[in-house]
Design a protein around this ligand. Sequence first.
Ligand code: IVH
Length: 681
Amino acid sequence: MNEPTDNPYVREPDTQFRAADELTEAKAKEQVSQLREAIEYHDYRYYVENDPIVSDSAYDRLFDRLDALERLFGLRDEHSPTQRIGSETLDELETHEHVTEMLSLDSSEEETEVYDFSERVRDEVGGVTYSLEPKFDGFSVELVYADGTFNRAVTRGDGENGEDVSTNVKTIRTVPLQIPDAPEFLAVRAEVYMPHSGFQDLNQERVQEGKDPFANPRNAAAGTVRQLDPRIVADRPLDIYFYDVMDSSQAIETQAGVFELLSDLGFRINEYNRMADDIETFVSYREELLDERDELEYEIDGVVAKVNAFEKRDALGETARHPRWAFAYKFPPNTGETTVKRIAVQVGRTGRLTPVALLDPVDVSGVTISRATLHNEAQAQDLGVAEGATVEIERAGDVIPQVVSVTEAPDGTFEMPEQCPVCGSDVTKEGPNHFCTGGMSCDAQLTQSLEHFASREAMNIEGLGEEIADILVEAGVIESIADLYQLEKDELTTLEPFAEQSAENLLREIEASKNPDLASFLYALGIRHVGTERARLLAEYFSLDELETADATELKTVGDIGPEVATSIRSFFANDSNREMIHQLQQMGVTPERRERGDEFDGMALVFTGSIEDYSRTELTELMESHGASVTSSVSGETDYLVVGDDPGSTKLEQADESGVETIAAGDFKERFLSEIGALS
Ligand code: IVH
């Protein structure tokens, strides 16, 4: 998408605004239209290109100004960026006819069938170039634009008619509402999906609210797109990849032309799309994406080869169900069947009990699965999972595998124990969930709280991970978090695996953690719903003393904090033992301090590939972003460095090579960047 010219709000978003009521109506209209264009462009830079050109606060100012002008001058318009989230709950979804019938793809998991396909193509139209694409396992929609304005989004339905899901699809920020320089008429096809991280969070939330979790990201995306209340949709993370132009007043002759047009118009297309002159490349493309599958944020269930030239497509034609010019080479299913050996009950950091099905190990598309979450008692009972059951499980990326259904149920049902399996305290039920009432006297809760407290984004006490937390709690040398600061060398050296040196190292680390950044300290406390980002915001607005007494109204002025999060913060500080813990920590010399966010890496764009020892991808991303860098998932001309860890993806390496992006080995990255911000482990 080209950058709009002559629009003051694109490159100079901080342009001073005149008081709104001093504007003439004509001037207001002009400003509204410039603001809409600028905001759409900033959305595109942020959401599609992962390369914003304005700060969040500058963006917010533009948005608020637009909102104010539209309200003041009665200029609301359903295609304004302020109107992405609809307010009316629908009674039902209306049916709408497709611009062209939505066929399906011929597909197989067998390599021989792929060669049969290419031979048919060669026999009928000679040698061809193929467009190679991921086959997204999401929810397909057709979008129509008239004169560059979003008109509707329709689900696949029976192929000829689908349901009008415009209001919901409009909430997806990568869906353009107005397209500058668009052809008069445009119908495009796309796949809506829910990213894995969002899927996991959504399921956790649903279970906490007593609702059934979704079995997989596809169902979650489908359920969300077909929601009748658009405000629910707006809270759920959906994204979209565009892959076809069904009809356009602009002539297109190839699939490459389709992608060029889509991308010129600002539609988000997938980074793995590629052209190939032979079918062998398609076979190796499948291998490559199969390897990358678990690293992707979206589900793919195979890859697709499409004849590039439309002229040749026309010659090949189609059967009643699918085109003869395309073929999907499917991946093995990510489901498997096995038996439940036992149901274990785990106790989390907050005391919540989670039943976990321990399975006869089963290979699911190359990964051995031996446990699956059952979320809570009701979920286990609804599914009919009990010891001895034969179950179907499904895994998505590195999300914890889910039990999808029970194929053979034994007698009996699963029931949550009445006493905590770890500490024996009574178990209470809150809504659909069970909690251990032991608090920090429960070793499971204490161990996990300690591990969280010491983690890198929290107090950053190196060497205090799960194993050591376990040892310290089990040996009884730690009975509360504050005990950490009273540990003595003699105590440690009596414990396996400590020796003189390692005990000294840990004590030094503990001592060095005494002056944390307030944001890290707040995160370390483990307040429900307060992750690193909210902790950072809270620390910006409040001192620790202020936060302890802040009421819900004050809390809600901060970032995205709503009633639920405010209540959680309030009840954390209202709880005597939490206040006692903070008090004890302070007495031990722990003094949190409010510090500015780092800007060492401002403007730097990074991409990671492969794994980097000692750090998770999320950890690295948060670390680098908290010091000003932007971390994206794909390499582009804007990328400054591609950081290469173990088992890197070949696609990212190739892209870096093509775009001349500097690659940097994991070791050098640690030395150059992590050491600069004191985050070397
Ligand atoms: S092209 C006539 N390309 O697969 C062929 N479809 O089985 C039109 N899908 O309903 C489809 N990724 O939801 C095409 N790269 C891709 C795709 C894709 C996923 C889905 C789509 C369609 C189904 C067909």
